[in-house]
Design a protein around this ligand. Structure first.
Ligand code: ACM
Length: 816
């Protein structure tokens, strides 16, 4: 820092009214000092290009200004002294490229980057200091006649001084374009999202079982055959059929060069992944001679997962190694990255076990087993790639059987792989599923199909990439972390963005902001502003952060149920709880064929029953009959003076709950033996809470899990006449959950002496997995009823978990 700058910085410290609390920049900069006063950009503001080599960066910045302000700024070389945005370099001495200082004062804006990357990041921060233009308005720009409707907020920026630099060297986001293909323009948009968040690596997952997406000139069938599948599984694996629609696409080498250049202009490295030796069905469909059985009818996979006959793998013959060298030759020419990703994950060893050639190779090369063979393949490929001046990185399975000498590791199956690699002195990128898999659901009430699991925003934000198990010296090998977006259940841009945002913003802060400056409460404060930013990009995003949380309990007066809905304490929203009788139709938010979320239709018959003010965090509704309850959260503030789309017609979030009443609903219930610890539901009451499970085992509050039988006793409080008893249970054999073998019912007047009245055995499936057993017993009467639900017992041979006791998941007992 020169003398003047020091003085200015000092002045800012003295004037400092507050540190960052009012800034809406994500990732939050390392150091912010606020001054007093504002600078406003106008049409006469000029960009002074003092540093050289920044032309492209300024061009990109001016493009953003055009979108945000409706005009571009003139670029000059000679500083006119005021009303300027000056770009220059200054030696800032930080560990990783990208440091910058940004000063706003009465003369204008001054950005000094440690290098070109730093200037680029300084401009990204400046863009975030400008108020976003509403996306709704931006959409209208497509319609020229409405151009005048655009209301650009004044580009006023407070005087401040920012000193900023990245915490980690590697800040990545991955994109699987194999399971679903995304065109060049969308890949560019994806890269824009990375750039805006100061990520520096785009991990491009280009090949997999479901499609080979990169043109390789020497092997044209990789794309003429391998880029196309004959159909795609419908729904969640194992699915409900195949759509039989030919699907695919690939990137030509010219398009790849275009994307690499586009990313490079934004200081983003494209890390290409060619996934070997597993996940190779598409390559084998094109060149069967590379497989362990060249007569096998290999085809591009049409379903997900690596089960059964899938996950055919490469046969490590000399022919295959030649193929790999040729492919990597072309890949290396296209991608200037230091690393080439060679995959290495989930390679089934079945095929090599069955192959005489592989077994002989294991003997000849003195390898321990098939894991050793995988290591042998990766090490040979590494040697080749090293000989071309590049390094390899692979998923943590490349540790099994011995790590290649110079390889780096992406730790995805938890942190253990990363810890082991770092302890062996290898560099690591952390990408553990529990924090970094953005294909997992963000909400517990997911309406779209996802791969499952649950990764809320808070969990992403809480991630610490340096495992506690490492010493300071070992921790130096943790280069950073990365989010992965696998696209089995993500087929369109709207869904991509719904899964990315706002989790990507949270991860950017984990990777950029100094650890001691990371602050969840402040990030929470910025969430509405982030959402405005996404809208200004015309991007979709998840509002799961605002999810309402509901509990059901028996009403104190014994009359029905109480549905209590709670909202997040932060923010200032109001909430309505509505109720419709059982005959009302309800349309939930859903994806239409184009992947857009259609707005919830509010049926006429819904009636507002309760309303919470902005300062109330919960509302309770007494439910006494079958019907659908709906809670809607509205944003009742206008925090930035901008138009918000979160008004009463566009609730921030909606929670609906269907209640099915019967004679047992809300009645006193006890269990002979409690449910298993991991599936406790909401206690015994779960079985009479009026909520029938339709979404399967993901909704853990809706059922009880038992590794034996379930026996429930329900006390109606007075003698009650009824005609049948129905038990509802789940059945999902792939998860070891089996339907009950039978139910038994006995009746009592005093709760002590029970008379058995019969058994029911026929389990009737009502939708995928779930089903009921009904016992008809017309005109029976009792005060107390005991219902025994029998576990299926041992899982039969040929099924997942064969030989062990199955799970019994019971979700409701109805007495009608
Ligand atoms: C992976 O998720 N198979 C790396």
């Amino acid at each position: 820092m020169n003398y003047m700058k020091k003085l200015i910085a000092l002045l800012f410290v003295m004037m400092s009214v507050k540190t960052f609390s009012q800034l809406n920049i994500t990732p939050m900069p390392a150091e912010v000092k606020m001054g007093k006063g504002n600078f406003t950009i106008n049409r006469n503001t000029v960009i002074v290009l003092e540093g050289s080599g920044l032309e492209k960066t300024v061009d990109i910045f001016n493009g953003e200004l055009q979108k945000m302000l409706g005009f571009k700024l003139k670029i000059v070389k000679v500083n006119p002294g005021k009303n300027t945005i000056t770009l220059n370099f200054e030696k800032l001495d930080y560990k990783f490229p990208g440091a910058y200082n940004l000063t706003v004062d009465e003369k204008g804006i001054y950005i000094a980057g440690d290098n070109e990357t730093g200037v680029f990041y300084g401009l990204q921060t400046l863009i975030q200091l400008l108020p976003p233009v509403s996306g709704k308005q931006l959409f209208q720009t497509a319609d020229a006649s409405r151009l005048n409707d655009i209301r650009y907020p004044a580009p006023t920026i407070p005087y401040l001084f920012i000193n900023d630099y990245p915490r980690f060297e590697y800040r990545g986001v991955h994109f699987d374009v194999s399971r679903h293909f995304f065109p060049v323009n969308y890949v560019k948009k994806y890269i824009d999202y990375l750039a805006a968040h100061k990520f520096n690596t785009f991990h491009w997952h280009l090949t997999d079982d479901q499609g080979w997406r990169i043109e390789i000139k020497k092997y044209p069938k990789l794309t003429s055959v391998g880029a196309w599948r004959s159909g795609t599984i419908i729904g969640r694996f194992p699915g409900s059929g195949n759509d039989s629609i030919r699907y695919g696409g690939f990137y030509t080498q010219e398009q790849i060069r275009e994307i690499v250049k586009y990313a490079g202009d934004r200081y983003i490295t494209v890390l290409p992944e060619i996934d070997i030796p597993g996940h190779s069905m598409a390559a084998l469909a094109a060149y069967p001679e590379l497989g362990t059985d060249s007569t096998y009818p290999y085809k591009v996979a049409e379903t997900w997962g690596i089960n059964g006959p899938f996950n055919n793998v490469l046969n490590p013959t000399e022919k295959t190694f030649k193929f790999l060298e040729d492919v990597f030759d072309e890949v290396i020419k296209l991608f200037p990255s230091k690393y080439i990703h060679v995959g290495g994950d989930e390679c089934s060893k079945t095929w090599w076990k069955q192959s005489a050639f592989c077994q002989q190779l294991i003997k000849d090369k003195n390898l321990k087993d098939e894991h050793g063979l995988q290591s042998y393949i990766i090490q040979r490929v590494e040697k080749y790639i090293n000989s071309k001046g590049r390094k390899i990185i692979g998923w943590d399975e490349i540790l099994e059987g011995g790590l290649a000498p110079n390889a780096s590791v992406m730790s995805w199956r938890g942190e253990e792989g990363g810890i082991a690699a770092a302890k062996q002195g290898h560099d690591v990128v952390m990408t553990p599923g529990t924090y970094c898999y953005f294909d997992h659901s963000q909400t517990r009430n997911e309406d779209s199909v996802t791969i499952g699991s649950y990764l809320p925003l808070e969990t992403v934000y809480s991630y610490e990439p340096i495992p506690a198990a490492l010493t300071a010296a070992e921790a130096k090998h943790i280069l950073g972390a990365q989010a992965n977006l696998w696209t089995e259940y993500i087929s369109n841009p709207a869904k991509v963005e719904y899964m990315l945002f706002p989790r990507m913003s949270a991860l950017s802060e984990v990777l950029w902001t100094p650890k001691d400056k990371r602050n969840w409460n402040d990030f929470e404060r910025r969430i509405p502003f982030l959402m405005q930013r996404y809208e200004s990009w015309a991007a979709n995003y998840s509002k799961a952060y605002y999810d309402l949380d509901a509990t059901v309990s028996a009403a104190q007066d014994g009359n029905g149920l109480v549905w209590q809905v709670k909202r997040k304490p932060n923010g200032s929203q109001g909430m309505d709880v509505l109720f419709a009788d059982g005959n009302s139709a309800i349309a939930l938010p859903a994806y239409d064929a184009d992947g857009k979320i259609s707005t919830a239709v509010i049926p006429e018959k819904f009636e507002v029953k309760e309303r919470a003010r902005a300062d109330q965090n919960s509302v309770s509704l007494n439910v006494t009959a079958s019907g659908t309850a709906r809670a809607a959260l509205y944003n009742s503030t206008n925090q930035t003076g901008m138009e918000l789309v979160m008004d009463e017609q566009h609730p921030v979030t909606v929670l609906t709950q269907k209640f099915s009443f019967n004679k047992a609903t809300g009645k006193k219930i006890t269990l002979k033996k409690e449910a298993a610890k991991n599936y406790p539901g909401n206690g015994a009451f779960t079985l009479v809470d009026g909520i029938q499970n339709t979404k399967g085992a993901g909704r853990s509050s809706e059922f009880l899990g038992f590794l034996g039988d379930c026996e429930a006793t329900i006390d109606f409080g007075k003698t009650t006449v009824f005609d049948k008893v129905v038990i509802h249970a789940l059945s999902q054999h792939s998860s070891w959950i089996w339907e009950p073998s039978r139910m038994e019912v006995s009746l009592s007047e005093d709760g002590v002496n029970f008379v058995p009245v019969g058994i029911g055995e026929e389990f009737i499936r009502v939708n995928t997995g779930n089903g009921t057993i009904t016992m008809n017993m017309a005109n029976s009467s009792a005060r107390v009823i005991k219902v025994g639900v029998k576990n299926f017992g041992k899982i039969p041979e040929g099924n997942p978990g064969a030989g062990t006791v199955s799970w019994l998941f019971v979700d409701e007992i109805e007495v009608k």
